[in-house]
Structure formats: structure tokens, C-alpha cells
Write a protein that binds this ligand. Structure first.
Ligand code: ARG
Length: 593
């Protein structure tokens, strides 16, 4: 009811200004908020209290005057029943049934389900920097969180009408490549001259072995350092080896992305190499750089170390090498630069664990001081907490190792398969293997994604297969099942594709569902603003519960016309919103399960 709220705000502001215009000289916010309880109506105006203070009158008196003013307004009366005063001077508003039906009718015919399209006013480009694992290192649960949350944010912003660029800022550059290439030369020198000689298999294991050599063998260490230099100088053989290693990791990452249905464009750290020196030179020209013990750094404002002194952000090390932060500065410039020399972004969103908050705060500050953030553009770090095991500690396997993403997804699917098999046995239902496989995969992946998204991302989250796969509660299986129920109506002969003509509602269960359905746009706008997908999850869960109560308590298929069609249409809109909502969370839905 986004537009409705805007309309009401306008009417109330108008009432304030006509009633008190000569007595207040600034704009007074009507403070219109959704009602906290259904018995209070739909909205509540809290502004009378602030006005009362200003005008030195009782809030009750002010509320009375405002209501009188509002009731003179014909347009307002079409929207609301006569307003009621509650408590010391709050005004409760209840929307007219006719108006709710009018809104409902619009949504039944609207592909966007009531959500305004931002691109109709202006086109904006948003970069979402997410997932971003590191070559030759394990893609861990932190990267999984970033992938799931980032994907959902990108989907929501795209649906709202923004141009979204999904970037994978993978760690594909750095000193570890010296070590990897040196090791590759020992174990498979042929791989450097011929294609497809080598199956590196598990690159993470390869990395571990190379690191062992590095730590134990001084000769290997020296060689590795030389390799880094060669690579940085663009030596063709080194570049070839580096590419080979990147390709290998890419295959592993891509497998995970395919399973999770993630679309992402790779533009790793190495892409910005060519811009790094310029970044340091420009910062130098701006007089922001201080050389401290040979390292070039910027001392940060208001970000202090333990000793109370301002912390430095190092952009070039003593040996001339650049840092993670230097690359991020180059990336900011590139992303804000207009196309075709950059991305032309207006907003850049970074989805990483909260541990990187101070890194981003520092980088954003330097970008700001260097004037690299164009007018009306902004940078946003979207942090999230740790993934913990059920014991509240860091997530580990039983034998104490870090959990591999592949194993984690496999287990979710395996457990979902066992659940389905049990359900089928109980219901004495026969289904073929393809069906079981499809349902198990969909539910397993959905459960992992939903469990993550339904938590407020800022807090740590406890990973539990049992909880995420439960058919009851705020879980993916519960939501998927609500959709399956609606599909069932269709199979039982209820035609959901009837046209919208005469709508008629009498029951509180219907009105409750209608009000819930009309909230979809508010929720999407809220998520866009706060980048908290858990709000959408809570909404979809409440919508499913409200729908289930409606469907359990009043007849749909057995109702008489025009009530039957009206109820079928509520089922259809519920289906469309649930489907769209789950799609925005990156979750595939099912017709049957
Ligand atoms: N590769 C980094 C990591 O694994 C995440 C990169 C996030 N994006 C960025 N522009 N710094 O922690």
C-alpha cells in the first residue's frame, strides 16, 4: 500500500497546514505508520503529539481538529472510514472496503503485483559486489552467505527497475601465485607448454602442498618470490601458469554457482592492476599520502588504533607492491566512471562478512576525501555475521575440518530426499525417481538459501539441517508447501485464471488475506532501502500463514458464485506473490512435492 500511504500522508499534511498554517512555520511530519495491531485499523497518525507540544495544546484537542479537517476532504473520505482518536492523541485510520477492492483489482491485473517501477522515473545503475572467493583457496561458508544474500539483493533491485551489475571480485592476484607457480613447475612442468595436460583435481589441496614447501624450503621460498616479480612484470610463461590456475578454480566455483542458480560476472582483482599506480600517484597529488617507514599510506580521520592514534591505510608497501585496499580504490573509480570507460554506477553495494567493515569504512573514507564519489552516488557495505554450528561455535565437520560447500549442499539434498521418501511412504504415494530427485534438489537448496536469508543478516547464524528442512515454521519447505496447496486447487478443478469482474467479500479471513496481499509493495520498498531480505521472508511466511487459515476455515471450491470466483482470485494473487517473492530470494518453486 505504498501509494496509498503516500496519498494519506499528503491529505494529512494538507489538513495540518489548513488547520494550523498561521501558527507553525515549518513542515510538520504527520508521522503516518502502519497500525501496530489489526484492531487499531490500518494506519496510525502520531503527528498530533509533536504538534501539541509546539502549539501548547493537548494532543487530544489537536487530534480532534485534524479529524474535523480530514472529514471535510472528499478524497480522504473515499479512502478511509471516519478516523478515531486513541490514547492521548493518536489517530487511527481504517481503509474503506471499497478502496481495498479497488487496489486488489489493480494488482490482479498488474504483472508487477503493485510494486512501482523505479526505471519509469530515472534509470540508475547499481553494482552488487558479492560472492568473491579467492583462487586456489576454499570457497567457504562466508562466501556462501555472500553469494546467497548478494544474489537476492541483486534480484530485488533489478525487479525494482535498476540496472544491476553483478560482480565477482575474486581474489585472483597476489603473492600466493608465486608459490603456486613454483610448485606447478616442479610437479607438472609440461602443463605450462601444452593444454589440458594436467588435472589439478583439488586445487585447495595443491595450495596446501605448495604452502608446505614454501614454509620448509628456503630455496623454494626464494624461487617463489622471483616468480611473483616475473608475474607482475607480465612474463608470458608466468601469465600462462597463472591463467591455468585461475581456470582450475573457476571450474570449481562454477559448479557451486550452477547448483545455486547464480548468475555473476567475474571481474577479479587482477583486472585493476593497470590502474593501481595511478591511484597512488593521484592520492599523492592530492597531498593525502604520508610515507611511513617506506610505505605509502593515508592516515584516517576518526578511525583510531588501540594507542588512540589515527590508523593508516597502506596503499603501497615498502617493496612497491599494492594492497587489497588499493585495488578496492581502483575498483571504486572504475565503477563510478561512466560507460564505456567504466560501469557508470550510481550505487555500489559490497556484501561481505562483518569482519571487513573497517576495511570498507577506511576505503570509503579515502575515496570520499579524494573526491572520487560523484554527486548523488553512494557506497554501501552490507555486512553479515558468522555461520555457526549448532553448538554456537564456528561451523566444522565432525572431525573438526572446515565444511566444504559441495558437501554441505549434498547433505541438504540427501536429507531432503530422505524426508520425501518418508512422506511418500506415509501417504502410500508412488512417484518416479525423476520426481523425487527434482523435489529433493529443489527443497535441499531452497532450505539452505532460505535459512540464511530469513535471519537478520547482521547477527551470527546457527546452521541446522533439521531446522531448515522442517515442514513447519518459517522454513523453505513450509512456503513451498503453501504454493503446492494453491496449485492443488487448480488440479481439483478450480480455475485460477478467471477474469476479474465482480468481487464480493464478507468474511474476516478474506479481509485479513486481502490486507496481507496489499503489503507486498511496501515490503519490497523496505528491503530495497535497508537491504534486509529477512523482511521479505517474514512477510512471505505471514502471508502463507494467513492464506492457510483462510483456506482451512472458509470454503473456496464449494462456495457459491460470485464468492467462489472472488476467493479463487485471492488464491491466485497469493500464488503470484509467493512465487515472485521466492524468486526474489533465488528460490525455485514446485507444482507438487
Ligand atoms: N575476496 C574477498 C574475500 O574472500 C572478498 C572481496 C569482496 N569485495 C571487494 N571488493 N573487496 O574476503
Amino acid at each position: 500500500m505504498y501509494y496509498l500511504q503516500k496519498k494519506l500522508e499528503k491529505h494529512i499534511s494538507y489538513a495540518i497546514s489548513t488547520a494550523f498554517n498561521d501558527k507553525i512555520d515549518d513542515y510538520l511530519n504527520p508521522q503516518l505508520v502502519p497500525a501496530t495491531k489489526p484492531e487499531f485499523g490500518d494506519f496510525q497518525v502520531n503527528g498530533a503529539l509533536a504538534l501539541a507540544k509546539k502549539l501548547k495544546k493537548s494532543p487530544h484537542e489537536i487530534a480532534k481538529i485534524l479529524i474535523k479537517e480530514l472529514e471535510k476532504n472528499k478524497e480522504f473520505n473515499v479512502l478511509c472510514l471516519p478516523p478515531q482518536i486513541a490514547g492521548p492523541g493518536f489517530i487511527n485510520l481504517k481503509i474503506q472496503n471499497n478502496y481495498l477492492i479497488q487496489e486488489l483489482t489493480l494488482r490482479l491485473e498488474d504483472k508487477r503485483l503493485g510494486v512501482p517501477d523505479a526505471s519509469s522515473t530515472f534509470k540508475k545503475t547499481v553494482v552488487v559486489d558479492f560472492s568473491s572467493p579467492n583462487i586456489a583457496k576454499e570457497m567457504h561458508v562466508g562466501h556462501l552467505r555472500s553469494t546467497i544474500i548478494g544474489d537476492s539483493i541483486a534480484r530485488i533491485l533489478k525487479f525494482r527497475g535498476f540496472d544491476v551489475i553483478r560482480l565477482n571480485h575474486i581474489g585472483d592476484w597476489g603473492t600466493q601465485f608465486g608459490m603456486l607457480i613454483t610448485y606447478l613447475k616442479i610437479v607438472a612442468p609440461k602443463a605450462l607448454s601444452k593444454a589440458n595436460v594436467l588435472n589439478l583435481g583439488d586445487l585447495v589441496d595443491f595450495y596446501r602442498k605448495a604452502k608446505k614447501h614454501f614454509d620448509e624450503d628456503i630455496h623454494f621460498q626464494n624461487q617463489s618470490r622471483e616468480e611473483v616479480v616475473k608475474l607482475q612484470q607480465g612474463n608470458p610463461e608466468s601469465i600462462k601458469a597463472w591463467k591455468l590456475l585461475c581456470d582450475q578454480s573457476r571450474i570449481a566455483f562454477q559448479k557451486i554457482y550452477s547448483r545455486l542458480d547464480i548468475e555473476i560476472h567475474e571481474r577479479g582483482e587482477s583486472f585493476y592492476n593497470a590502474y593501481l599506480q595511478q591511484i597512488v600517484d593521484d592520492l599523492q597529488d592530492l597531498n593525502l599520502i604520508v610515507t611511513d617507514d617506506g610505505a605509502k599510506c593515508i592516515f584516517l580521520d576518526n578511525i583510531k588504533g588501540k594507542d588512540g592514534r589515527p590508523l593508516p591505510l597502506i596503499v603501497q608497501k615498502r617493496d612497491g607492491g599494492f594492497n587489497y585496499a588499493t585495488t578496492d580504490l581502483a575498483a571504486i573509480r572504475y565503477r563510478f566512471t561512466s560507460q564505456p570507460h567504466g560501469d557508470g554506477a550510481n550505487r555500489i553495494i559490497y556484501v561481505t562478512d562483518a569482519g571487513q567493515s573497517s576495511h570498507f569504512a577506511s576505503v570509503f573514507q579515502v575515496a570520499k576525501r579524494a573526491n572520487w564519489i560523484p554527486k548523488d552516488c553512494f557506497l554501501q557495505h552490507v555486512p553479515f555475521g558468522l555461520v555457526q554450528g549448532e553448538n554456537g561455535k564456528k561451523l566444522k565437520t565432525r572431525s573438526g575440518e572446515t565444511v566444504r560447500l559441495k558437501d554441505l549442499l549434498d547433505e541438504a539434498v540427501d536429507r531432503a530426499r530422505i524426508d520425501i521418501q518418508k512422506r511418500l511412504d506415509n501417504e502410500q504415494r508412488e512417484e518416479n525417481q525423476d520426481f523425487i530427485e527434482k523435489v529433493a534438489t529443489t527443497i535441499g537448496i531452497a532450505a539452505v538459501k532460505y535459512a540464511d536469508l530469513s535471519q537478520n543478516r547482521i547477527t551470527n547464524y546457527q546452521f541446522s539441517f533439521d531446522r531448515m528442512l522442517a515442514l513447519q515454521g518459517n522454513t523453505a519447505p513450509y512456503l513451498l508447501y503453501a504454493l503446492v496447496r494453491i496449485s492443488g486447487i487448480n488440479r481439483k478443478g478450480g480455475n485460477l485464471n478467471v477474469s476479474t469482474n465482480q468481487l464480493e467479500f464478507h468474511k474476516p479471513e478474506e479481509w485479513k488475506l486481502i490486507r496481507e496481499l496489499l503489503k507486498f509493495d511496501d515490503i519490497i520498498m523496505e528491503v530495497e532501502e535497508e537491504l534486509l531480505p529477512n523482511r521479505l521472508c517474514t512477510y512471505l511466511f505471514e502471508l502463507s500463514q494467513t492464506f492457510n487459515r483462510f483456506y482451512d476455515q472458509i470454503p473456496v471450491l464449494k462456495a457459491k458464485e460470485p464468492v467462489k470466483t472472488s476467493r479463487l482470485l485471492l488464491c491466485r494473487l497469493t500464488r503470484d506473490i509467493l512465487k515472485k517473492g521466492l524468486n526474489l530470494l533465488g528460490i525455485t518453486t514446485l507444482e507438487r512435492m
